[in-house]
Structures are given as C-alpha cells and as structure tokens.
Design a protein around this ligand. Structure first.
Ligand code: PLP
Length: 418
C-alpha cells in the first residue's frame, strides 16, 4: 500500500512513491526472487491493457516518414527497426533476466551455445587467450579447441577448483577466464568471489556459466564476476519446450556482444521469447522443488546398498559442500551417481528400468530425466579421454524435475533392484 502523495506546486516534482516503487519492481530491486520472477522487466500497463505481454510477430517495423528514420539513427531512439536487432518481447525477457541476476543488461541468444560463442567472439581477438576450468560442457570445449584456435585465439584448460593453476595459466595474452558452476556432471562448485578476484588482479574478464544454479540459487555477479551466462533452455525456460541462451553483465561489456549478435543473427523468435517469459514466472517455485527433489534423492541414493558414490553438493560427502553451502540458496536438481560393481551394460539396465524418469539429454525441465553420460555424451571419446573427464562406465546422471519426491525415489528404487 502506498500513501497518497502530498501535492507539490513548484518546479519539477519528484516522482510519486508509487512510480518509484513501480520502477524498483521493474528492475527487481527490493523484492524477493519469486516477486521478481513474476513482475521484473515488465511494464505495468501493456498493449490493450492485457496483463500478459503481446507476441509481436513482425520481422520489420515501419517509420512514418524519412525524418523518423533520421531521428532514430541520430538520436538512438528506443524503438524497433528490424527483427534481427531485437523485438519487443525480447526486450521484456532480457530486462527480466538482467533483474533476476542483478545485472545492468542481458543479451538473449537462440541457444546457450550461441550465447557462449557470441561472448567469446565479441571479446577475444587473434593472439589472445582464454583459460577454462576443465569440467565444462563438452561442446564449449569443442568450440574453443576446434574453432577459436582457427582464428588464432589460444585455449588452455586447468583443473577445476585449482585456483593457483588458473592464476599460473594467465599470461599477458590472456583476455578471459571461464568456468561453469556447478559443473556437469560432477557438480563441482566454484568460489566465485575468489574467481572474480583472480580476474580483477590480472585485468582479465571473468565469465561464469551458471546454467545449473540459476539466479535463484546463486548470483555470481554479486561476487564480482564480470559476466554470467545461462543456457535458458534448461531451468530458466523450465519446460523442455524451448531453446535459448543469455549473457548478463554491465552495459560496457555487453554492447559489443549485442552488436555482434545483430550480425551473427542468433536471435529468438517473438514466440520463443514469450515462452521464456512465461517459463520464468515460475522460476522460484520450480527451483524450490528441484532443490528439494535433488537433496532427497541424493540422500536416498547415498544410503542405497547398490550405489557406490553420489555427487551432490548438498551432501556432506561432496568435496565442494562447504563452498556450496556458503554461497547457494539450494543445490539444484542434478544428481550424479555410480552404480556399485556395475559395467556399462548393467548400468544401462538401471537407466532403462526407470519409468517416471525419462531417458534423454538436457536438464532443468519439469520432467525428470535420466542418462548415462558414457552413452549420451561421451560414446565417441576414447577410454583415456573419458578417464580424463572423469566419465565412468557406471555413472548415471539424473536431472530431477518437479514431480513428487516419493514417486521419484520409488521409481529409482525399483530401477536399482533390477
Ligand atoms: C546445455 C548447456 C549449454 C548449452 O546450451 P544450449 O541451450 O543447449 O545451446 C551450455 N552450458 C551448460 C552448462 C549447459 O548445461
């Protein structure tokens, strides 16, 4: 409730408290994560007074006359021009994503990989280098190894969590350091404050792929990290029905990324932007259930006689439990485990026996998924490479959805008895 504003007569009057509140709500300031997920980034009154944003399915936008074009160019007016440079729904969802992560600006891409490629291409030039913590999405590594190097950009990897090695790998050519947190499938957690500090001391950009934690569980920008990236295909969209990616940070660091996106064209259709906006409304609600299911299933598996080891940052046995507990609101919906005394075929039988958990790649949707990383992502890698990446034959990764915890545990219990 806002009290009525006393009438002021002279000069430029300050905005009434209700307008100030609306502005804060729009940027997600002063409200909790659930309220921000529902309201941030959105105008209070929308087209046709609808409560939801319109889907403007135009590829081009018209000008009333030549003067209007010149005004747009010369004054950088906030309006649309051509679909590759943006659309109204995209602006809303970008503002919501920036607000949720506490960043000044967000740039939305058609996929998480397009976002990663876009940010690396925008900030790295021939002769420069990028250093990664080595537990990373295999396609991110592949892009750096196979493609960035073709353009004369050096790529180095150091062991995840080894901050001294990261620092030692930084040379005068290093422009950027990158990590995921949590990592996939081992769910290692990066101390983002320490990571940001390394970047600051050496004058290099820091980027965290925070797909697995989402801004609900952790906001790396608050720790001083320069850029945060998400595959919005996962928890942000949340319903296994869209692909998108986003980079969030300061305007200064993101303007070059936005400009390059306008050329590369890895943008989202207006309909896809709306699906993402709609998915984001329930982000906090969904994450609470993903977190609860993750912890309950991890505890169930850790106590199960047919399980050799469980990787889940919420378990006291996890090597990154302390940093996770200090920095995260919850531990997420991914749980990785090793089946005791099982070869790869016996492990596949556990996967195949699950009924509620469906077999598939990806994560972060309402439907629970189960997969064997050896088969799903590393089948074409040599045994030596798999060992380097820590992908065991008896490893299973769960991406828990929002079903009832008891049903998921019963399903896994039955599968493990096979
Ligand atoms: C899925 C994923 C990506 C790639 O995102 P897409 O939307 O599939 O392109 C990048 N990083 C992480 C951590 C992911 O899980």
């Amino acid at each position: 409730m806002t009290s009525p504003e006393p009438h002021r007569s002279s000069g430029s009057s300050p905005p009434p408290p209700s307008a100030a509140f609306d502005a804060a709500l729009r940027s997600g300031r002063g409200v909790g994560p659930s309220t921000a997920a529902v309201h941030a980034g959105e105008a209070r009154q929308k087209l046709a007074d609808a409560i939801t944003d319109p889907i403007v399915s135009a590829s081009t936008y018209t000008f009333s006359d030549t003067r209007a074009i010149l005004d747009f160019i010369e004054q950088d007016l906030p309006r649309e021009e051509y679909g590759r440079y943006g659309n109204p729904g995209e602006r809303v969802v970008e503002a919501k994503l920036a607000a949720l992560d506490g960043g000044e600006m967000a740039v939305l891409f058609s996929t998480g990989m397009a976002a990663l490629v876009g940010v690396l291409m925008a900030h790295l030039s021939a002769g420069e280098e990028v250093v990664f913590f080595d537990q990373c999405y295999h396609r991110s590594r592949e892009f750096c190894r196979r493609h960035l190097t073709r353009f004369g950009v050096g790529f180095r990897e150091v062991k995840t969590g080894d901050y001294d090695a990261m620092e030692a790998a930084i040379s005068p050519r290093t422009k950027m350091v990158v990590s995921e947190s949590p990592t996939n499938p081992h769910l290692s957690i990066v101390d983002c404050g320490r990571f940001a500090d390394i970047g600051r001391r050496h004058g290099v950009l820091t980027l965290i792929d925070a797909t697995l934690c989402t801004p609900y569980n952790h906001r790396p920008l608050a720790d001083g990290v320069d850029l945060v990236l998400h595959s919005a295909t996962k928890y942000l969209g949340g319903h296994n029905d869209l692909l998108a990616g986003v980079v969030i940070g300061s305007r200064e660091k993101l303007e070059p990324v936005r400009n390059l996106r306008g050329i590369m064209g890895g943008i989202n259709s207006p309909h896809n932007c709306y699906l993402l906006e709609r998915g984001l409304k329930t982000l906090a609600l969904r994450m609470e259930r993903h977190n609860a299911n993750g912890l309950a299933v991890a505890r169930f598996l850790e106590a199960h006689p047919r399980v050799e080891r469980v990787y889940y940052p919420g378990l006291e046995s996890h090597p990154y439990h302390t940093v996770a507990t200090e920095s995260m609101r919850g531990y997420g919906g991914l749980v990785t485990f090793l089946v005791k005394d099982a070869d790869w075929q016996q492990t596949s039988r556990v996967v195949d026996a699950a009924r509620i958990l469906r077999i598939g790649p990806s994560l972060g949707g309402v439907e629970s998924l189960i997969e064997q990383p050896l088969v799903m992502s590393y089948w074409n890698y040599s045994p030596a490479e798999r060992q380097t990446f820590g992908i065991g034959d008896n490893m299973i990764r769960l991406a828990l959805g929002i079903e009832d915890t008891a049903d998921l545990i019963a399903d896994l219990g039955r599968a493990l008895e096979r």
